[in-house]
Design a protein around this ligand. Structure first.
Ligand code: TTP
Ligand code: MG
Ligand code: MG
Length: 464
């Protein structure tokens, strides 16, 4: 194990909720709950102000409403969160080539590999600067843990929350872990926790005292050995950036070369769909779409296109693959076609959330939100005029007269809009008929106004 605390773990604070508070000045300092608003909806996350009432991720929305009736309830805006995530991951990549994203708001960084830190002092300075840069570029706060291993770095960032930095000095790990609950260790869920408790083990220190043999007896070889090692703070897992190079792909070889261009296009569409099914099955999304074509003479070409953000949308992958095909000459016939997606990101958290809301048929974020809204409308037993437009709580709108705002609520043929922007003072509320022709949907505004020379603006390089 390394001897300097040069593994950094970053996790953004109350990520979706903080993004919404940054976008909506009137919600800053308030209880904000983001999640599915339909009858089967669950909480994705909530602001720290809402956590005081006992609300937390994965809680049924109905229960959250009972605990915090006065909170603001918003549907998620994945597009916005993805954009912020990209900015944050970009800042991390300036620190090291070894960045391992775990979800939209979380990653490990090997500072030593990036030569940005080599001892406790340089690591702390890097962490402090990173938190400042994240704040400046995104307007949001993230918590940083620094330690000599991944496990401890993650425990440190958890301790640092919200809006803090904790560095664990190598050599102090065991002492620090000893009083902590066994549930602190990765891989110890409620079931394992119960099992250990029945054997009289509730803290990490008690695992260490019990010894490896006892742990193996209780949990079996693999789990027991691993848990015992973790209790001694032994964790040599490297930070791996391999997600970028891995890909999910499918291909077909044809018995008879395909000459017909229409048929080739159709095969590519089919492969794109199959590739997306596999991608989703693995709870992944990816940024780079790759088309592979082997021609009649066995010459093999690959063409790729990198999107702005990761996707698992079949329509997006199909379109990209079709575009790539246009640049390939297939007149001599093709024997093999393949479609792949690389630059993978792991969005299990989002997926979990999506599944809880609309079962396995999760589609793109927009489709999900749409379904969500439909669910919500089914619940309201008001006849909805067929021509009525849908206004999603929390989404941005623009009114021809009053400017940019967001939907605070809608129903009964009315929509209530609060007119404010990320840089404005808290704004006023006005109510309109939901078919008001002066009101239209709008894209999210940047949370931080870009000025030339800002950190993270396209011209800014790493500063040392
Ligand atoms: P987390 O990092 O687990 O939580 P958080 O950022 O909201 O709060 P904390 O300060 O404790 O880190 O998850 C990141 C985002 O992932 C979160 O903002 C919303 C989403 N998410 C879900 O959709 N469902 C879930 O069950 C969890 C845990 C998170
Ligand atoms: Mg977080
Ligand atoms: Mg997280």
């Amino acid at each position: 194990m390394r001897t300097a605390p040069t593994i950094l773990h970053l996790d953004m604070d109350a990520f979706y909720a903080s993004a919404e508070q940054a976008a909506k000045p009137s919600l800053r300092g308030k209880a904000v709950i983001v999640g599915g608003l339909g009858p089967r909806g669950v909480v994705a996350t909530c602001s720290y102000e809402a956590r005081v009432f006992g609300v937390h991720s994965a809680m049924p929305m109905a229960q959250a409403r009972r605990l915090a009736p006065n909170a603001a309830y918003l549907v998620p805006r994945f597009g916005l969160y993805r954009e912020i995530s990209e900015q944050v991951m970009g800042l991390l990549r300036e620190l090291s080539p070894l960045v391992e994203p775990l979800s939209l708001d979380e990653a490990f960084v090997d500072l030593e590999a990036g030569q940005t830190a080599w001892d406790a002092e340089s690591a702390r300075l890097t962490g402090v600067k990173l938190r400042g840069d994240i704040r400046a570029v995104t307007g949001l706060t993230g918590s940083v843990g620094l330690a000599a291993s991944k496990m401890l770095a993650k425990i440190a960032s958890e301790e640092a929350k919200p809006d803090g930095l904790v560095l664990i000095e190598p050599g102090t790990e065991r002492e620090l872990l000893a009083p902590m609950s066994v549930r602190t260790l990765p891989g110890v869920g409620p079931a394992t926790g119960d099992h250990l408790r029945r054997a009289g083990i509730t803290t990490v220190g008690e695992i260490a005292e019990a010894g490896e043999d006892e742990l193996v007896r209780l949990l079996g070889k693999a789990h027991g050995v691993a848990l015992y090692a973790m209790a001694l703070a032994h964790d040599v897992r490297p930070v791996v950036a391999e997600r970028d190079t891995k890909s999910v792909s499918v291909e077909d070889t044809y018995d008879v070369d395909i000459h017909d261009r229409v048929r080739v296009r159709m095969e590519v569409q089919r492969l794109a769909d199959r590739c997306v099914r596999r991608l989703r099955g693995a709870h992944l999304s990816g940024r780079t779409i790759v088309l592979k074509v082997r021609r009649y003479d066995f010459s093999t070409l690959t063409r790729s296109e990198t999107l702005r953000g990761p996707t698992d949308d079949p329509a997006v992958v199909r379109e990209a693959a079709a575009r790539l095909l246009e640049s390939v000459d297939t007149t001599g016939g093709v024997r093999l076609l393949g479609v792949g997606v690389s630059g993978l990101a792991d969005y299990t958290q989002e997926d979990l959330f999506a599944q809880a809301r609309t079962a396995a048929a999760a589609a793109s974020a927009e489709e999900l939100e749409q379904a969500e809204q439909e669910e919500a409308e089914e619940a309201v037993e008001e006849p909805v005029p067929p021509a009525e437009r849908r206004w999603h709580a929390g989404h941005d709108v623009r009114h021809a007269e009053f400017g940019h705002g967001w939907v605070q609520g809608s129903g009964l043929g009315r929509v209530t809009v609060r007119f404010e922007t990320p840089g404005s003072l808290p704004g006023r509320v006005r109510t309109f008929r939901s078919d008001d022709p002066l009101l239209e949907g709008a894209e999210p505004l940047p949370l931080v106004e870009r000025r030339p020379g800002d950190v993270g603006s396209s011209a800014a390089g790493g500063e040392g």
